[in-house]
Design a protein around this ligand. Structure first.
Ligand SMILES: [Zn+2]
Length: 135
């Protein structure tokens, strides 16, 4: 990604810096005790500003997925097929991501996943793979 990437701004920088170090951060609201994702400056549940970064457990379960066999947009074209997925994080929020290193036939709704990290150019993105999180 480049400096012009709209996904990375001053506010989300801690999220991406943590990902580069192999840590997943989520936003937790002290006012209503809920966690959300994708990171927002205000709590999307109660609009409180009392929201802090907290490390996630890295655990999730598979909610739904779609195997993508064709995508002409770089860099996806070099990676097909890949598994575009929505996972339920242990902390509550739902997250759009990718499931890696799991054969298509072994994908199951509700299967246990743990976070992994993949470098993409200068950015590291959270993806998920089978198994329990390291504790
Ligand atoms: Zn809240």
């Amino acid at each position: 990604m480049t400096a012009a990437d709209p996904d990375i701004d001053t506010f989300t920088r801690p999220y991406w810096d943590a990902a580069a170090q192999g840590r997943l951060l989520l936003r937790h609201c002290a006012a209503c005790d809920r966690t959300h994702h994708y990171p927002r400056e205000f709590c999307p549940h109660c609009w409180s500003e009392d929201v802090r970064w907290e490390p996630a457990s890295g655990r999730a379960t598979l909610y739904t997925w779609s195997v993508v066999h064709r995508n002409d947009l770089p860099p996806f074209g070099e990676r097909v097929p890949y598994v575009a997925a929505v996972v339920d994080l242990a902390e509550g929020p739902r997250m759009m991501t990718e499931v890696v290193d799991v054969p298509e036939a072994e994908l199951r709704i509700g299967m246990e996943l743990r976070v992994a990290f993949r470098a993409e150019g200068e950015t590291t993105v959270p993806v998920f793979t089978a198994g329990h999180a390291r504790s």
